[in-house]
Every structure is written in structure tokens, then in C-alpha cells.
Design a binder for this molecule. Structure first.
Ligand code: PBG
Length: 327
């Protein structure tokens, strides 16, 4: 009989004891804030399904990023909303495209910021799929050519980390080779390696105006029932040259984060996606949940599962909450 010699409550008695024995740390350095940029000036349009998030023009984006740095968040991931869409998503790789323009502005005006960019075609294609359509399907190898172009255009503009989210086979190798050939061997790749075909992306598709116009993404994103497959995806991406691997979504996939963590030594990122954010916001607006407490609990759970980095719409809030009071 261990009790009463062992009393687990001893170390839970005070805040300081709890802090001293806490097993998991969450730091502003670990957080990456997703931001949406569109052409124009002075624009800051709230995304109805993602309260507190906005589609902004590059000048407003600069202000947002400067204020993020002040809060202690050092990195963003950019998504572009182009002025026009076409079958091949050509604004995605235009030198004067919206993301490319935004990167240049940020490099000039917020020099300490680490800029990650989402590399995908869905925001730029008129059909909303993440690649080129051939015979009603997304053509893998034809899409790789366009992804290479997008990646190079982002690197040329000054992006630090290229983050392909398309789930085409062979994309990391194709992009790594293209970057190296063009002289961008120092540009990192954060691969959306285990990206599931998830209904949790719903609010984001409003934000990025990118829902598929026909069918769904199940032919390229992962089946929600699979776990071992995530390890294969991660291994392939690391073999092809990924620097950071990602699991997405995060909250319903904590087991996958843990499995990936246990199976590789590369940094692991997790994407706390739009639906995970918006459902808490909606419940908080009704007075049913305490947003701060629930958000921090979610972020700690993602860390505890093994993520090094978390992409989250709470990045700025969380940095401020942690600075002011902690969990
Ligand atoms: C683009 C992309 C998506 C997200 C990130 N990059 C949407 C999708 O695949 O449909 C989702 C992010 C979120 O829900 O917060 N392919």
C-alpha cells in the first residue's frame, strides 16, 4: 500500500510548485501566426467565420506583423487572395503577385520577422483545387511544375520558409531541386506532410476564398482513418529534403503528432486549423466556454503531444496571455 506515503497533491499545492514541476512549455517562439493578404490599400476586412482575423492589404499587413513582433511572435505564414483566378492559378507564381508583393514589403519594413509562405494552387485556381485539372482529376506531375514556380517566386521575393500544402506526390523533392538550382539553397521547406482531408478547414476556405468548385480533396489529402500512413508521408518528405514536417489538423490528430514525434528527429509543426479555432470562438461568444483557458489548454495539449511549432490563429493572443499571466 503506497498511500499515504505518496501524496500526488503535494506538488500541486502552489502555483510556483506547479510551475517548477510542469512538464511542458509553451513559448511565443513556438507560435506561427497565419495571415491573409489581398491587393489594395488600407483594407482590413474581418472574416465572418473567424472572428478577430482579417483579409488585409500589404500596408495593413506590415502593421499587423510589427505588432506581432512586439507581442513576441516572430513568425507568420502568409496566404494570398489574388485579384483574379484562372485554371492554372497563374497569379500564384507571378513576380508581382499578392504574396510576392507582401513578402517584399515585409522584408523591407519588418526585418526581424520570419516569413513562411503557403505554397498551393487552391487560392489561385478558378476551380478551387490544389493543382491542375486533367480529365476531372488533379494531375500530379503537371502540378509539380507550377508548385516549383510558386516556390521560386516566393524565395526570390525573400520568403524564409516555403510550406507546400498541396499534398501532391514528390512535391518536396521537386521544390527542393528547383530552389537549389535557382540559388536558394538556404530557403527552408516546412512540409505539410500529414495533411488530412478534414472538415475542420471549413472557415479557412471562406477566409481564403478557396473551396473546391466540384468534388472534394480526398484524392490527394490523407484519409482521416489512417495513422501509419502519416509516418510514410513524413519519411518521404524528409527523404526529399523537408526541414520541418507538419501534422494538420492538430486537435483531432494529437495521436498523429505523437506518432510522428516518436518516429522522426526533425522539428515537428502542428497546424491548429480554422475549425478548431472557430468552434471555440463560437462557444465563447455564447458564454459557454472560457476562450483563454480553452485555447491555452488546446495549445498545451498540442505541445504535450510532441509538436515543436504550432501554427495557430491564437498566436498573438497566446503570446500576450503567456506574458501576462500564464495558463
Ligand atoms: C491550402 C490550405 C488549406 C489550409 C491551409 N492551406 C485549406 C485546404 O486544404 O482546403 C487550411 C487551414 C485552416 O483551416 O486553418 N491548401
Amino acid at each position: 500500500m503506497k498511500y499515504p506515503k505518496v501524496r500526488m497533491r503535494r506538488l500541486r499545492k502552489t502555483g510556483i510548485l506547479r510551475d517548477m514541476t510542469a512538464e511542458t512549455e509553451l513559448r511565443p517562439d513556438d507560435l506561427i501566426m497565419p495571415l491573409f493578404v489581398k491587393p489594395g490599400k488600407g483594407l482590413k476586412d474581418e472574416i465572418p467565420s473567424m472572428p478577430g482575423n482579417f483579409q488585409v492589404s500589404p500596408d495593413v499587413l506590415v502593421k499587423q506583423c510589427a505588432s506581432l513582433i512586439e507581442s513576441g511572435v516572430k513568425s507568420v505564414i502568409l496566404f494570398g487572395i489574388p485579384s483574379t483566378k484562372d485554371a492554372k492559378g497563374s497569379e500564384g507564381y507571378a513576380d508581382d503577385g499578392i504574396v510576392q508583393t507582401a513578402i517584399r514589403e515585409l522584408r523591407a519594413k519588418v526585418p526581424d520577422l520570419i516569413i513562411c509562405t503557403d505554397v498551393c494552387l487552391c487560392e489561385y485556381t478558378d476551380h478551387g483545387h490544389c493543382g491542375v485539372i486533367k480529365d476531372n482529376e488533379v494531375d500530379n506531375d503537371a502540378t509539380l511544375e507550377l508548385l516549383r514556380k510558386i516556390a521560386i517566386s516566393h524565395a526570390k521575393a525573400g520568403a524564409h520558409v516555403i510550406a507546400p500544402s498541396d499534398m501532391m506526390d514528390g512535391r518536396i523533392g521537386a521544390i527542393r531541386e528547383a530552389l537549389d538550382t535557382e540559388g536558394f539553397s538556404d530557403t527552408s521547406i516546412m512540409a505539410y506532410s500529414a495533411k488530412y482531408a478534414s472538415a475542420f478547414y471549413g472557415p479557412f476556405r471562406d477566409a481564403a476564398e478557396s473551396p473546391p468548385q466540384f468534388g472534394d480533396r480526398k484524392g490527394y489529402q490523407m484519409d482521416i482513418r489512417n495513422a501509419r500512413e502519416a509516418v510514410r508521408e513524413v519519411e518521404l518528405d524528409l527523404d526529399e529534403g523537408a526541414d520541418i514536417v507538419m501534422v494538420k489538423p492538430a486537435l483531432a490528430y494529437l495521436d498523429i503528432i505523437k506518432t510522428v514525434r516518436d518516429n522522426c528527429s526533425a522539428p515537428v509543426a502542428a497546424y491548429n486549423v480554422s475549425g478548431e479555432f472557430s468552434m471555440v470562438k463560437a462557444a465563447a461568444a455564447q458564454g459557454w466556454l472560457d476562450e483563454k483557458a480553452v485555447a491555452l489548454e488546446i495549445l498545451y495539449s498540442i505541445k504535450r503531444a510532441g509538436a515543436d511549432l504550432i501554427i495557430t490563429y491564437w498566436a498573438k493572443d497566446a503570446a500576450e496571455w503567456l506574458r501576462n499571466s500564464g495558463p
